[in-house]
Write a new protein. Structure first.
Length: 185
């Protein structure tokens, strides 16, 4: 099995936050939205603690609004944020911002559209997307499940936010471990 799919590595991983915008959140189930937001914030806090690059995308922000406030508050100052009009985030600016990172943790929405198309396009570029299932959302469960299954069929790794963060940590007893432990609660 490909080493990049077996184990997350801080030196090759980055976090991509996909299109979690104000107006996109309106039709979402409030409980599921709250859970996704919590898990995305945990990923952001964990990525910050471990020094992973973080990149954010927004789909047509003029019409769909900015990234939601809880995430904006968690993001480090200067986090690169890219507006896009195509569904896939594999646009040149985003790929360039990810640098030489080959393992891309994905959180955001919608799972079956922008997240799936991003995963597919990253795979075509030789990158390995890690879909953090509990940090992803679609308006309905069937679409989310389809997006996850289709991405896995193509070679993406499906995990959870906590699973990914502890895989990146590799051990307890470090300052990063303490930060991640607080973030996933």
């Amino acid at each position: 099995m490909d080493e990049l799919r077996m184990r997350l590595d801080r030196t090759t991983a980055a976090l991509l936050v996909v299109d979690i915008q104000e107006r996109m959140c309106v039709p979402m189930d409030p409980e599921k939205l709250a859970r996704m937001t919590n898990r995305c914030c945990a990923l952001i806090e964990g990525a910050k603690a471990m020094g992973l690059p973080i990149v954010v995308t927004e789909q047509y922000s003029k019409g769909l609004g900015p990234t939601i406030e809880p995430l904006r508050a968690a993001l480090p100052d200067g986090t690169p944020t890219f507006e896009k009009n195509q569904f896939s985030c594999a646009v040149p600016e985003v790929v360039e911002a990810l640098g030489d990172r080959k393992q891309i943790l994905l959180c955001g929405m919608e799972t079956h559209v922008c997240v799936f198309q991003t995963a597919r396009d990253f795979l075509a570029r030789g990158l390995v997307p890690y879909l953090c299932a509990d940090a992803l959302l679609s308006r309905n469960a069937e679409d989310k499940q389809w997006g996850l299954e289709r991405a896995r069929d193509l070679g993406a790794v499906v995990t959870t936010a906590e699973g990914a963060l502890f895989d990146l940590l590799g051990r307890a007893g470090t300052p990063e471990f303490k930060a991640v432990s607080v973030a996933v609660r």
